[in-house]
Write a protein that binds this ligand. Structure first.
Ligand code: SF4
Length: 250
């Protein structure tokens, strides 16, 4: 039988969860051996033993009073408020134009982002740059950040408690940047920012409100790389996003 890597299985199940929500659809096979019996549970959290590190982060609320993104970054870059700090190589604050009219919000750093300390680099990052270009935004014109700022192990979805702990930092970034529109990439970004419980299918392509800012949800570029069939729907979403942007700034 063809061997499927654990990483690919987790990615495929994550895509399914993104589109259909928390219900797992199982394909019935006719062969005598049930292949799916071998699939590890999608929600399994892989916890590698980690060495305890000395925590130099003083958990104060000073960051809430930060007046600039740089100041905020300096105050939170050594954060250890959740488990994700233990495996990170780099804290990924966000990057782009601090006065951006558009913010793009993803889920969390992947391997390359963790290595470079920057959001959306690597293949998914390149695809995001291409998507933005297709709707006439230069990448350095927008601001890009994530729901969590440290990489979840094996690119798993951040746990609800990790998201809850980290999202106040993102909200502070939004309050400093004051964008006119936000594009959420993937269900985790939508759940985190908008507190929505529906599936991506139900949420994508529509406008929502976050503190007076228009928010649209569409596919995460990493999901588009795995499922190119979704690119057409994503294209429809982002065209609508651009149209609204032009109307707002008219
Ligand atoms: S993910 Fe967020 S809350 Fe958790 S350690 Fe990193 S910066 Fe802190």
């Amino acid at each position: 039988m063809k061997t499927v890597s654990r990483k690919k299985i987790i990615e495929a199940l994550k895509d399914q969860q993104n589109i259909f929500g928390d219900y797992l659809f199982e394909e019935k096979l006719t062969s005598s051996k049930n292949y799916y019996e071998e699939i590890p549970p999608v929600v399994e959290v892989i916890r590698e033993p980690v060495e305890e590190t000395v925590n130099l982060f003083e958990d104060t609320d000073d960051w809430k009073n930060a007046k600039t993104l740089d100041e905020l970054n300096n105050l939170i870059k050594n954060c250890s408020k959740c488990e994700l700090h233990k495996n990170r190589n780099n804290f990924v604050f966000g990057s782009g134009n601090p006065d951006a009219d558009v913010m793009v919000i993803g889920e969390g750093p992947g391997a390359e982002e963790d290595k470079q300390g920057l959001p959306f680099v690597g293949r998914a990052g390149q695809l995001l740059t291409d998507i933005l270009k297709a709707i006439k935004f230069e990448r350095n014109e927008v601001y890009i950040a994530n729901i969590v700022k440290c990489r979840p192990p094996e690119n798993r979805t951040p746990l609800p408690e990790e998201m809850e702990t980290c999202i106040p930092y993102l909200k502070k970034q939004i309050s400093l940047i004051k964008p006119k529109m936000i594009l959420c990439l993937g269900l985790t970004a939508a759940k985190g920012l908008l507190r929505k419980k529906e599936s991506l299918t139900a949420l994508r392509g529509k406008f929502f409100d976050y503190e007076g800012i228009k928010v649209m949800v569409t596919f995460h570029p990493a999901a588009l790389l795995r499922n190119p069939n979704w690119k057409r729907d994503c294209w429809e979403d982002v065209k609508k996003f651009r149209k609204m942007y032009d109307e707002i700034l008219k």
